[in-house]
Design a protein around this ligand. Structure first.
Ligand code: ADP
Ligand code: MG
Length: 243
């Protein structure tokens, strides 16, 4: 379980996260919605400690971090092992094949033997529907395929939570759907996931829970049904821009 309490983050005096309180259950898929600039990326990046919170606490399992806190390199590495983040841009290693991309983290970071990492990578590539692309280089793939490799690579680190920051926003609608389908299957398989997206249909069908951010504050945290049926005028206005 991941618990965030009173988390604050500012950039040059601009308060971007305002006393965020959230709990994420293992195995649940949470979708984070909110207008551009509401703080979604900063929240995800703070969870992964790519940004350092100014104050507040983050507790994962029994380990509680209270900010401000200076973490050693080792503590940071151990903490980050709970998460894998997938960005809008895939950032695959261009000189490595697809399967080598997926094996890189387990062999280099986790020091898992190569043949074991390869077996795991084959299973993951099958999961994201790319078994037949294992020996290709990233540049031979479509954007949707690259993003699915990025997901397989993130899964290879066996995180408790997969974090996605608008994973489909660089993709054409059709390619976006194949990526969303993979995330949906991972949700059904019981992976813990936190997904920032603007795909409302995906949010409605897949999210166990929706968190709505407005100006750095959580203003809705509940079931997807309750969110889409909300009579809150600001939520309705947000939803209407996508109709
Ligand atoms: P969202 O992902 O919801 O669009 P962000 O978390 O990216 O929102 O940004 C929230 C606010 O924080 C914006 O006003 C943005 O300009 C600001 N911001 C984000 N990252 C930085 C940064 N590294 N330096 C300064 N300001 C930032
Ligand atoms: Mg963002």
């Amino acid at each position: 379980m991941l618990t965030i309490e009173k988390l604050n983050k500012n950039f040059n005096g601009n308060q971007v996260l305002k006393a965020i309180d959230l709990t994420f259950e293992p195995g649940e898929t949470t979708v984070i919605l909110g207008s551009s600039g509401s703080g979604k990326s900063t929240l995800l990046r703070s969870i992964d400690l790519l940004e350092t919170p100014d104050s507040g606490t983050i507790t994962i399992d029994q380990d509680k971090l209270s900010f401000p806190q200076n973490l050693s390199f080792r503590q940071l590495k151990e903490y980050r092992g709970h998460f894998s983040i997938v960005f809008q841009a895939y950032n695959l290693f261009p000189h490595l094949t697809v399967i080598q991309n997926v094996m890189e983290g387990p062999t280099q970071v986790k020091k898992i033997p190569k043949d074991q990492a390869r077996k795991q990578a084959e299973i993951l590539l099958e999961k994201v529907g790319l078994s037949d692309k294992a020996l290709e280089r990233p540049k031979q793939l479509s954007g949707g395929q690259m993003q699915r490799v990025a997901i397989a690579r993130a899964l290879a680190m066996e995180p408790e939570f997969m974090l996605y920051d608008e994973p489909t926003s660089a993709l054409d609608p059709e390619l976006a759907q194949e990526v969303l389908q993979v995330i949906k299957e991972l949700a059904e398989a019981g992976n813990g996931q936190i997904v920032v997206t603007h795909h409302l249909e995906f949010a409605r069908k897949v999210a166990d829970r929706i968190v709505f951010l407005e100006d750095g504050k959580v203003t809705f945290d509940g079931s997807s049904q309750a969110f889409f049926e909300s009579d809150n005028p600001r939520i309705q206005r947000y939803l209407q821009q996508f109709l």
